[in-house]
Design a protein around this ligand. Sequence first.
Ligand code: PGA
Length: 267
Amino acid sequence: MQVIISSDPQSVADRASLFIKRKLEKNPQLILGLSTGSTPLKLYQKLINLYKKQLMSFKTTTTFNLDEYIGLASDHPQSYHYFMKENFFKHIDINLTNTYIPQCNQKQNPFLIAETYEENIKQCGGIDLQILGIGRNGHIGFNEPSSSLSSKTRIKTLTKETIADNSRFFKQGEFQPIQAITMGMQTILAAKMIILLATGKHKAEAVQKAVEGPVSASCPASLLQFHQHTVFLIDEDASSQLKNKSYYYHVDDLTQKIENLYRLSDI
Ligand code: PGA
């Protein structure tokens, strides 16, 4: 596990975009796992800019999103389908048939949808690089505290805290979903590489628990400590409760020196 602390949210996005760019250069058929929420917005904007400057193309990339609310139509402004289209997909050259997001309206069978989603990921050969955010309660995707290490894509009931955190996106009186379909912990941990983005002081406690706390289902992000290639890409504010900060700076400094020296493209 590597912890990279950047000065501010824009530097976090810049650094994350560099990882994705390098991966795409090596493998244009990259299977990219994506997330929604406020945190990755700057990253998507950066990737769009790189695409517009013809420095990146997503023509042969396949994407899998982490999660989607149950009960919202895909054109609902708060659905993650809508989010991805508006904030990323419609601005780049991706083939929309290669963009997967679990979708479940009230008439569909969520169990079947979850199973099919898991199967789709398998058929594509698994996720090469998964982008994650983190909830204040340590959730990743919608894997709320108590999520099992061996969980796969499934229905998850949201905690009160997550519902309250996400209520800012819904108008007063508007229907706000309380359940979602989410990739499971095992699904996420099967990705070859994972980048978790976190910015802001409100994420500092969750980041500290995930990076330095005991591995526990009470903080699902802490299960990433078991993963062989996870990078926590965070800003100063989100790093403010970490105890071993000087070590993380030191490692990043040396890693960058080695990278420059040997031109290793995916450290
Ligand atoms: P946020 O959500 O980026 O909107 O803070 C992150 C998450 O809940 O995973």
